[in-house]
Design a protein around this ligand. Structure first.
Ligand code: NAP
Length: 358
């Protein structure tokens, strides 16, 4: 049976989410929330590059959206920088009896790891509405749950599990959020949000904790580090202009420590040009990016994941995959017992949308 869906947010992820929902045979779009005044009143189709023929018009009227008969909200608004607005908004949606699958609020990928001030009111709202909230994406998300959990099925005598996103972000046209939070195009004296103590742990630590819990390993701490490299000459990218001396590559690492060594590690290397910081880990030759999990053990196992959008771009593919990770989980999340759920609470959630199928 099809699910009735409200798309909440029409930015990078929301654009693709809306597109896939409208064209999905098992999903029925019943509402769209937009924030920018110029998007209000537009047909959903025109907000995602399709014909403006859905008859569903974008609104910022939350009360009206909450009265719609919908099974689920696909929530993709900018969340991490606005938790004081987003948590109460999510509480209202959940308490109204709508499940939520979200790419926003990456702190909740593994709810057990999230701060109680965020987790508890949302859990209460889930129980009030008898619904569930699932947060995921490609990274954090898929790379830190499906990849390591799959690799570990082939491994033994484990020394270290390392999850990597090694990705050229130059075509990721998100200077306001990704650009600012990573610190790209900014001088050395700018401290980006990600470099502040605890921010990486809150955002990506859930991935580390989830894998440690699956291993049955008690972590002593999760260490975080953030490093960057600067452009030796100015250059332009679709993401932004990078002036000489400003940040052109970022590397961050979270290390889940046990037995006196890092046992579960997650690492990002994001460049705005592929020749910056050649001494940092690189994607395979000829690839602009990879999500990879390496289990060092006996035997060792490595899994690599490459995504590509229909336009041939890996960043488009990554944003689509982020949306689809939660869209493909809609059925499972609607079937779950009420509460905050992680990938561990869901069955296998593949797409079943085969081209040419009914
Ligand atoms: N885990 C992963 O792999 C992954 C990957 C990518 C993104 N994400 C997460 O997904 C979320 C969306 O990312 P994105 O790249 O799509 O961001 P984005 O392009 O910046 O879009 C943000 C959305 O939030 C809305 N918005 C901004 N300010 C708002 C406000 N004050 N009130 C209400 N709505 C507001 C925007 O509405 P308008 O467009 O109407 O202005 C837009 O729809 C983020 O939380 C991000 O961290 C996760």
């Amino acid at each position: 049976m099809g699910h009735r869906v409200i798309q909440w947010g029409t930015g990078n992820v929301g654009f693709h989410s809306l597109h896939h929902i409208i064209r999905h045979p098992d999903l029925e779009l019943v509402g769209v929330h937009a924030h920018s005044p110029e998007k209000i009143g537009q047909d959903a189709g025109s907000l995602c590059g399709l014909a403006p023929e859905t008859g569903i018009v974008a609104t910022n009227d939350i009360d009206a959206l909450l009265t719609l008969d919908a099974d689920v909200v696909v929530y993709t608004v900018k969340g991490e920088t606005r938790p004081h607005e987003v948590v109460p908004e999510l509480e209202r949606i959940l308490a109204s009896g709508k499940n939520v699958v979200s790419t926003s609020m990456i702190f909740l990928i593994y709810p057990q790891h999230a701060d109680a001030s965020m987790r508890e009111p949302l859990e209460k709202a889930c129980q009030a509405g008898r619904v569930s909230l699932y947060v995921n994406g490609i990274d954090p998300g898929f790379s830190g749950d499906v990849l390591p959990l799959a690799a570990l099925q082939l491994a033994d005598q484990i020394d270290e599990i390392r999850v990597q996103e090694l990705c050229d972000y130059s075509t990721y046209e998100d200077p306001e959020f990704t650009g600012v939070s990573f610190g790209f195009g900014r001088p050395a004296d700018y401290t980006p949000p990600m470099a502040r103590a605890g921010v990486l742990r809150a955002g990506w630590g859930g991935m580390v904790q989830l894998v440690a819990d699956q291993l049955g390993v008690e972590l002593d701490e999760i260490r975080e580090s953030y490093d960057r490299r600067y452009a030796e000459a100015a250059f332009d990218t679709p993401m932004m202009h990078v002036a000489k001396g400003t940040c052109a590559a970022v590397r961050f690492v979270l290390e889940g420590m046990a037995h006196g060594r890092p046992v579960v590690v997650t690492e990002h290397v994001n460049r705005l040009r592929q020749d910056i910081a050649p001494d940092w880990p690189m994607p395979p030759d000829g690839r602009p990016g990879v999500h990879r999990c390496i289990v060092k053990g006996n035997p060792s196992v490595a899994l690599e994941c490459f995504v590509e959008g229909a336009d041939g771009d890996h960043n488009t593919g990554g944003v689509q995959a982020t949306a689809l990770r939660v869209i493909n989980a809609i059925q499972a999340v609607c079937d779950c017992a009420p509460g905050l759920v992680s990938t561990l609470d869901l069955p296998y959630t593949p797409s079943r949308n085969v081209v040419g199928g009914s």
